[in-house]
Design a protein around this ligand. Sequence first.
Ligand code: 8X3
Length: 247
Amino acid sequence: MQTLHGKRALVTGASAGIGAATARALAAQGAKVTLVARRKDRLESLAKELPGSTIAVADVRDAAALVAALSGQEFDIAVANAGLARGTTSVDQGDPGDWAEMVDTNIKGVLSVVHAVLPSMRKKGAGDFVVLGSVAGREVYTGGAVYCATKHAVKALYTGLRLDMAGSGVRFSTVDPGLVETEFSLVRFRGDTERAKKVYQGLQCLRPEDVADAILFALTRPPHVNIGEIVLWPTHQASTTVVHRTT
Ligand code: 8X3
């Protein structure tokens, strides 16, 4: 097992959910974490908890802004976590604004991290690049066409990065969770708490910490081992549409 002590890590979408849990897990292992998100107040309060961490307020949809916010920093680890879903309407009735937000955040957001960190990792001949995929990148469900398309794209980017960077010394991983209880559904349903609650009702979902734990597993393998793909489900979720609920 590799130690993360003193490693410089970047986590996007660090203000909540899987991103915040990952930042905590990395910091607990001694990494110095740069927390990236749009919500400065949330980043500041998390940074207070995590010794050695710094914040970079940026929207991952803007690659130039992310590079500027990181002001020439180099990283050993990057976790491209920022992502979101909007709505579950049939694709023919979808809102182009929602599509743009999902495509720009979920796909371009990963590319922004690529742009900001990979050149220096390649130069160094080492690094860990983790993308947050989803089981939605492996299946498509009714009402999820565009979100699922973005997560399929994330999987394609992960595969393409491995191919393009073969021999570089950089390891690539995709961590693809099923239902995780976070603000994800609240964001998807634009603050409709009742609707968001129903997604998780009667099911012991994954916790953000479970996903952070999977990321940590990949990052702490010996240098010759690249954990490529981790898919994790709640025990009572068999597919994106088959979920056993107790109520
Ligand atoms: C989130 C999982 O099944 O809600 O990426 O799309 S799902």
